[in-house]
Every structure is written in structure tokens, then in C-alpha cells.
Design a protein around this ligand. Structure first.
Ligand SMILES: C[S@@+](CC[C@H](N)C(=O)[O-])C[C@H]1O[C@@H](n2cnc3c(N)ncnc32)[C@H](O)[C@@H]1O
Length: 381
């Protein structure tokens, strides 16, 4: 018996080695292809190999994600410009807790009837939606193209625009959001946000093929970070036309408590930092009423974050809407803030930060808005 070592890949990129035995009598070498095709010479092996052939990857100096996303995200300077990306920023595609934030991602919190333990393949193809669609009224949040369904999208736009018709809850005692703002005012009321629940770790469907696993797959459309010509610093745009409801990215950064964020804000304010990058994970404040400091969490993208950190604000008619998503377990102190297209876009991607420009007490002193929208709320002289 002869032993052959077979490369599963091109000659220049041997990634996996496989040893096979073959009879000596024919005098032929047998090359076993990884997708079970056999070829009798090395040449035809490599010509039938591309199914598994993975191009040798290089570190693309223009990819701000440094390979962390499944698509590269290039950055583009203004013509003739020499702006550089911030040096104290490291790209991460997963949220990381800084120090005190308590994140309760526990298997025991996922009850059997809160996940699909008998599903196979793609849950969206099932005749009847599985348990995972319960959160969204018995229908999956996504369509077969991986986009958020129209009704849910409309609802999210209404909620984020503070539509009076949306359900509101007022804190009975101290409002954690007012406390976070350093204010002693009464609760202004919280809109009850509708969450999306994706299939999670205990579900038995396919981790990549299930259509109820969209946000957890990460960025898949072509995005670009570019230097805005209107004085907003860096911004994000798409280089392809995105359909309504397409998931663009989630807001990823360091997970902080309010106190930690306050300390950072103060420091940055003293340093006269130009840009600020925090968001509050407050979509479920209304069901808790009373929250300890280490449970009302925020994401800060200043030092660690993903492409969402470069998305600028637009008042009123922004083309992205944020939707809270449960991915790991039902603990809503930490959830995923996903951005989907609410208006067709092939231009700068913007998101309404929901800032009150007149609020002098706001912990992040609002910038002078240059969004250019007819609905711009920054009316300060
Ligand atoms: C999340 S960052 C966005 C990325 C930022 N432009 C950069 O270069 O890193 C938020 C900051 O961008 C700037 N910004 C965002 N939207 C803006 C707008 N509509 N007008 C002016 N500045 C804006 C503000 O300085 C704000 O604090």
C-alpha cells in the first residue's frame, strides 16, 4: 500500500491535509477531493477543487474591520484628503464588557418552550412557525430574503419617532433614564419597543441556513466608511442598492454601566472631544421599572466598536431604524441594537439619534447638527 498526502486546496494554499491509502497495482496516484470526487492526477484534482478552494487571504490595509466581518469594509478619504482613522480605535465584531456591567447570558434562562428543539434546517421553511416566532406574534420577523417584514419595520419607525399611538409606560418610582441623565425630573414615559427574537444556542435548526438567524450572521452588504464633505467627520455609505428591511449592521462596542459612561463622558467633555459614541440599551426599561446601575447598560464605541460607530445622525427622515434583538437569551439588560433599512438607500446611511438639541443637561452635549434634513430639529442660533 502506498500512502498519499492530499492537499485540499490549491498548490499554493494547502489548508488541510488528508492521508489516503490506495492499491499500488495500477501504479496510479489517487487524489481524493474533499467533496468526495476522485481524480487520477494532480492536475485534474486541482481543477476540480475550487468548491473548497479558499483564496489565500491577505490583510487588506483598507479594510477597517481587519477581517472581522465576512465582507471587507474599506475606508475612503475625500479626494486629495489625508484624514486618518482614529488611532485609539480598535475594530471588534463582538460586544465586550468593560468592567462592571452585569450580563446574564445563561443557558438556564432559556426555557424549552422558548426555543426550537425539534427544528431542522431553516425554520422559515416550516409549515408552522416554531416557538421562536412567538415574540413577534407567531410570525417570523424576517422574510425569505433575510429582510425585516414591512409591518414590523413600520412599527419600529413609529416607535423610534415617539409616535403617540405607541404604547407607553411610566416609571412608578425613580426613572432610571432620568437618573442616568443626572436629572431629578419625573419619568417622561417609555415607549414599549417590540423585540425580535432570533433562534439561539439551544435551537436545533441550522446555525447558518436558518432564516431566523440574521443579525447573528453579521454584516453582509457592501459598506464603506468615507469622509463626509459636509463637516460631520467620517460617515458610512453603501455601494449597492439595499432592499427595504435589509439588516445593515448592529451597534457594537464596549458594554458599560451608566456610572462608567458618566465618568468617561466627563473626561471627554473636559478634553473637548469632538465626537461621542454611546447608546443606552434602554429598550426594555419599561418592564423593569427599577434598575440597579449595573443593569441599565450602554454601549460605547469610542475605543472598541464596529462599523456602526461611524454612522452619522439625521433628524426625522434617516434611512436606518434600530430594532432590539434577542440573540443569546431573554435577558434584556443586554440585547443587540440592529440597524435595518427603513427607506431605500444607496447613499450615506444615517440614523436618528433621538437627541433633544435644546437639552443643556444632556450628558452628551449635542453637536451642531449638519444633517441637511428639512426636518432638522437643531434650531439653535
Ligand atoms: C457616532 S459618531 C459618528 C461618526 C463620526 N462622524 C466620526 O467621524 O467618527 C457621532 C459623532 O459624529 C458627529 N455627527 C454625527 N451626526 C452629525 C450631524 N448630523 N451633524 C454634525 N455632526 C454629526 C458628531 O460629532 C457626533 O458626536
Amino acid at each position: 500500500m502506498k500512502t498519499f498526502v492530499v492537499f485540499a486546496g490549491a498548490p499554493s494554499a494547502p489548508q488541510a491535509l488528508e492521508v489516503i491509502n490506495t492499491g499500488e497495482s495500477s501504479g496510479e496516484s489517487v487524489f481524493l477531493h474533499q467533496n468526495s470526487r476522485t481524480c487520477t492526477d494532480r492536475r485534474s484534482f486541482f481543477s476540480c477543487a475550487p468548491v473548497r478552494y479558499k483564496k489565500k487571504q491577505r490583510h487588506d490595509p483598507n479594510d477597517i474591520a481587519k477581517g472581522a466581518e465576512s465582507v471587507p469594509i474599506p475606508f475612503v478619504r475625500a479626494p486629495g484628503g489625508d484624514e486618518s482613522l482614529p488611532e485609539d480605535f480598535t475594530y471588534t465584531a463582538v460586544a465586550v464588557a468593560y468592567e462592571k456591567a452585569k450580563i446574564e447570558i445563561r443557558l438556564c434562562k432559556i426555557e424549552q418552550d422558548n426555543c426550537c428543539t425539534a427544528c431542522f434546517g431553516n425554520c422559515l421553511k416550516k409549515k408552522w412557525p416554531c416557538h421562536c416566532a412567538r415574540e413577534t406574534g407567531g410570525e417570523f420577523a424576517y422574510n425569505e430574503d433575510g429582510c425585516v417584514k414591512k409591518e414590523l419595520l413600520r412599527q419600529a419607525v413609529r416607535e423610534t419617532q415617539g409616535d403617540e399611538a405607541c404604547r407607553r409606560v411610566t416609571c412608578e418610582k425613580e426613572c432610571p433614564m432620568e437618573v442616568a441623565r443626572g436629572s431629578t425630573e419625573k419619568c417622561r414615559g417609555h415607549i414599549v419597543r417590540r423585540f425580535i427574537k432570533e433562534c439561539w444556542v439551544k435551537c436545533t435548526c441550522h446555525k447558518k441556513l436558518c432564516g431566523n438567524r440574521i443579525v447573528q450572521q453579521g454584516v453582509r452588504y457592501k459598506l464603506e466608511v468615507f469622509w463626509t464633505p459636509t463637516g460631520k467627520g467620517w460617515g458610512v455609505r453603501t455601494t449597492e442598492d439595499l432592499p427595504m428591511g435589509a439588516f445593515v449592521c448592529e451597534y457594537i462596542g464596549e458594554i458599560l454601566t451608566n456610572t462608567e459612561l458618566d465618568e468617561r463622558n466627563e473626561e471627554r467633555f473636559l478634553k473637548q472631544s469632538r465626537h461621542f459614541y454611546p447608546i443606552y440599551l434602554d429598550s426594555d426599561v419599561c418592564t423593569e421599572r427599577i434598575l440597579e446601575d449595573d443593569h441599565l447598560l450602554c454601549l460605547d464605541c469610542t475605543h472598541y466598536g464596529n462599523v456602526a460607530r461611524f454612522i452619522n445622525h439625521r433628524c426625522g427622515d434617516s434611512n436606518l431604524v434600530d430594532i432590539p434583538v434577542e440573540i443569546e437569551c431573554p435577558d434584556r439588560h443586554f440585547y443587540h441594537a440592529s440597524f435595518s433599512i427603513s427607506f431605500r438607500a444607496m447613499e450615506e446611511l444615517t440614523w436618528d439619534y433621538q437627541l433633544d438639541f435644546a437639552d443643556e443637561n444632556h450628558p452628551i452635549k449635542a453637536f451642531r447638527c449638519k444633517c441637511g434634513s428639512r426636518e432638522c430639529k437643531d434650531t439653535r442660533e
